[in-house]
Write a protein that binds this ligand. Structure first.
Ligand code: SF4
Length: 496
């Protein structure tokens, strides 16, 4: 039962003028029938055409719907191998061997919506409800920044007056204010991305001014009828257009790093990949900037949420792999996030499909980082995690595979966001800054947080990276080494 004050808040939440502002007519930019037709019309792509499309991806150009549909329909194992090789080559070209890490920080378990697949839906009376106080946010941050060693968070908020924009802004200020002493220096969170409900422009401006990193809102499903079925009428989330245009409002508010995503398992996976592409093309058309990141979570089990056990469109591992590969090829410049919802095995096997960001040491229960009971507790989590490895384990495992974990957050603080970062990514120049910052932040992390085994694996990565910078970027090598040595000596947060 929703309280009268909450109901009043819900009723005033969506300003009518903003809802339709970016629509050019009665319909939005996701044309379900056109997507279905395009998938059907490209059912049997010839090998020559597939290779031509892949060459376009390798040139870091966004694909068209027909091209993406063709890749989704490839069945020849040899061609699929070629696509996977290209996905990795694109990742290397744009992001080199860097993987960015982060942790989710859940701020609340209250929500006015009633999404059928979500453990936090308002009608679920088997969830413990709450909103973190600022003191609790501080305690969670102290663990993440001072013990685990994260520099980047995704703060997650349910849609509710108790976790409204003012609350979100206050939590950002609290997180940024925490500084913890470490073995050799200090730890702090330097970038807070936000996963929250679609907001009006004025609210988004407030968050932008408070230092929000990426604004992330997932459409869940781009298929209109499925969207209606999953989000009961009368709830805020039932409004497909309010949600699908929220990144337009974010851009208007000055937030040009936006993260889009779909929840795989609600409708046909090929359709959702096409929906993500349509969203990308629309943002490119309207603002000249595509999404900073794309996420593709698969639905996981949740407390007292039967639909998660009998998914309408369960996505197999093989289909998921293809979805990730095609997304990498279709939007070659974007960051791709593979979260700890997935198992260790799935995450390990998909890294080479072009993944750029992974979370670690993740806990999705409210207040779970500072809790003394580390186990997952289904009655205070939105879903159950598949990979509970620590950040130290992930960094060590990535090092063994030849990846450097980047803790860099400089781009956002140097104004390298939005179109600026997109142009740098497309031209392969972003790596010039990122490689330097990756090594410096990796050095910090190894000295402050690494176990002996991880440090040993990490030192080999550092040696190789420094040699690469010396060989490929000689002009900045001296300046880089100065910052590197200052970091070794205990200075923190130096960046280019
Ligand atoms: S998916 Fe999000 S909006 Fe829907 S019930 Fe869960 S927390 Fe609320």
């Amino acid at each position: 039962m929703i309280a009268a004050t909450t109901k009043a808040w819900v009723e005033k939440r969506i300003p009518a003028a903003e809802r339709v502002k970016y629509m050019s007519g009665p319909v939005d930019f996701v044309d379900d029938a056109a997507i279905e037709r395009t998938i059907a019309a490209n059912a049997k792509p010839e090998a020559g055409r597939v290779r031509e499309i892949v060459r376009k991806s390798l040139a870091i150009q966004t694909l068209l719907p027909a091209e993406t549909a063709a890749l989704l329909n490839v069945t020849d194992p040899g061609l699929i191998d070629e696509m996977e090789d290209a996905a990795l080559a694109i990742k290397k070209k744009v992001y080199d061997n860097r993987i960015v890490t982060f942790a989710p920080l859940y701020m609340s378990t209250v929500c006015v919506n009633n999404c059928r697949y979500c453990g936090f839906r308002s009608e679920n009376n088997e969830i413990r409800r709450g909103v973190l106080s600022q003191e609790e946010v501080r305690r969670e941050t102290e663990v993440l920044a001072g013990v685990v060693g994260h520099k980047r968070l995704i703060a997650v908020y349910g849609e509710h007056p108790r976790s409204d924009t003012e609350y979100i802004a206050e939590t950002l200020r609290t997180i940024y204010s925490v500084q913890m002493k470490t073995k050799r220096g200090y730890g702090s969170i330097r970038r807070v991305n936000v996963n929250a409900a679609p907001l009006p422009v004025a609210d988004l401006r407030v968050l932008h001014q408070t230092g929000l990193g990426t604004y992330q809102v997932f459409q869940e499903t781009y298929h209109h009828e499925t969207y209606r079925n999953m989000h009961p009428a009368g709830t805020l989330k039932a409004d497909y257009q309010w949600r699908v245009y929220c990144m337009h409002r974010a851009m208007e508010a000055g937030i040009d790093d936006v993260g889009i995503g779909a929840l795989f398992g609600l409708y046909d996976w090929k359709f959702e990949v096409m929906g993500l592409l349509y969203h990308t093309l629309e943002l490119e058309r309207a603002f000249g900037i595509g999404p900073h990141t794309i996420s593709f979570p698969r639905i996981e089990p949740a407390q007292n949420t039967p639909i998660t056990a009998e998914l309408p469109r369960k996505v197999t591992d093989a289909e998921f792999r293809r979805a990730v590969t095609v997304l990498r090829l279709a939007v070659p410049y974007t960051g791709m996030i593979l979260t700890a919802r997935e198992s260790v095995q799935t995450r390990n096997s998909l890294i080479s499909m072009g993944i750029t960001q992974m979370d670690a040491s993740s806990r999705v229960g409210l207040g779970a980082y500072s809790d003394t009971k580390p186990d997952q507790q289904p009655d205070r989590q939105q879903f159950i995690l598949g990979d509970t490895r620590s950040l130290d384990e992930l960094v060590g495992s990535l090092a063994q595979k030849g990846y450097i974990t980047s803790f860099c957050t400089a781009g956002y603080r140097c104004g390298r966001t939005g179109k600026c970062i997109m142009d740098l990514l497309r031209s392969g120049q972003e790596g010039k800054f990122c490689k330097l910052n990756a090594v410096i932040t990796y050095r910090e992390w190894l000295d402050d947080f690494a176990s002996e085994a991880t440090r040993e694996a990490g030192e080999k990565v550092v040696v190789r990276e420094i040699e690469e910078i010396r060989a490929n970027n000689p002009i900045v090598f001296e300046a880089f080494m100065k910052n590197y040595e200052r970091t070794r000596a205990g200075e923190r947060d130096l960046y280019f």
